[in-house]
Structure formats: structure tokens, C-alpha cells
Design a protein around this ligand. Structure first.
Ligand SMILES: [Fe+2]
Ligand SMILES: [Fe+2]
Length: 148
């Protein structure tokens, strides 16, 4: 049985963005059985690699969609993405330096942070995607100064 199932209530009204969000649910379902298991480092690190793909591909795509749809609070949303980006790439750096990342760390991160983000912040732009108001103004760079 899956720990969590994707439902229509999670939809943000875009097949592409929903597809990315489903990938995150899948990561959570893969991590759940590892919580009480010994070992599993290789699987946890494989899931972390998926999460890296997610933050690179999904955040960028979502930010472009928000901008095109004229969502006025994109900078608040993007700031949250940038914080998550830094956490995920911090974990990646840990692994590259020989420190292992355990299943609970990754599970808690996705469950407590990302899922709340999808159900909260992501849902807020939905009506703009369905009814665009024109391109949003503003400087379109990462808040922490890193390039895309
Ligand atoms: Fe999202
Ligand atoms: Fe988002």
C-alpha cells in the first residue's frame, strides 16, 4: 500500500506541473518503507538525486508559468523555492563529501516542507494559470543570486 496517493485535490491545473508533483509523491512512497529499515543508503541517495532533478526542472518551469500567467506574488513563492533549492543542494554536498543522508531526513523534508508547499503556496497560482492576466513585472532572478 502507498503511504500517500496523489488526488485531484492536489492538482494545480497543469498536467506538466502535476506530473512533477506526482514525482515528489512517488519519492515519499519510496522513502516510507525505508524509515524503519537498516541500510538503504543507496536507495535514499537515488531518491535524493530525483529530488535534485525536481528542484532544477520543476521550480524553473513553475516560476516561468507563474510569470507568464501574471501571478503577482511570484517573488514570495520563488523565495520559498530558493530556500528548498539550497537545502537539497546542501544535502547533495553532504553526500559528495562522504556523509550519508538518512531516509528520515529526506522523508521529513518532503513531507513537512514540500507537500505543504504544493498544497498551500502552489495552489495559490492556480486561478492565474487558468485565467492569465499578462506577464508579471519584476526582476526574474533567484533571490539568493544563483543562476538557474
Ligand atoms: Fe510545485
Ligand atoms: Fe512551488
Amino acid at each position: 500500500m502507498q503511504f500517500i496517493e496523489w488526488t485531484e485535490q492536489m492538482s494545480v491545473g497543469s498536467d506538466v506541473l502535476d506530473g512533477h508533483h506526482k514525482m515528489i509523491i512517488e519519492c515519499l512512497n519510496r522513502l516510507h518503507p525505508l524509515l524503519d529499515a537498516a541500510g538503504g543508503d543507496a536507495e535514499v541517495h537515488a531518491i535524493l538525486a530525483k529530488l535534485e532533478d525536481f528542484v532544477l526542472v520543476h521550480f524553473s518551469e513553475e516560476e516561468q508559468c507563474m510569470k507568464k500567467a501574471g501571478y503577482p506574488f511570484w517573488h514570495i513563492h520563488k523565495d520559498q523555492h530558493d530556500k528548498m533549492y539550497d537545502i537539497v543542494f546542501g544535502l547533495k554536498s553532504d553526500v559528495e563529501h562522504g556523509r550519508s543522508v538518512n531516509a528520515k531526513t529526506l522523508f521529513d523534508l518532503i513531507y513537512n516542507w514540500l507537500l505543504q508547499h504544493i498544497m498551500g503556496e502552489d495552489k495559490k497560482y492556480m486561478k492565474y494559470l487558468n485565467n492569465p492576466t499578462g506577464e508579471s513585472d519584476g526582476i526574474w532572478v533567484r533571490a539568493n543570486g544563483r543562476p538557474y
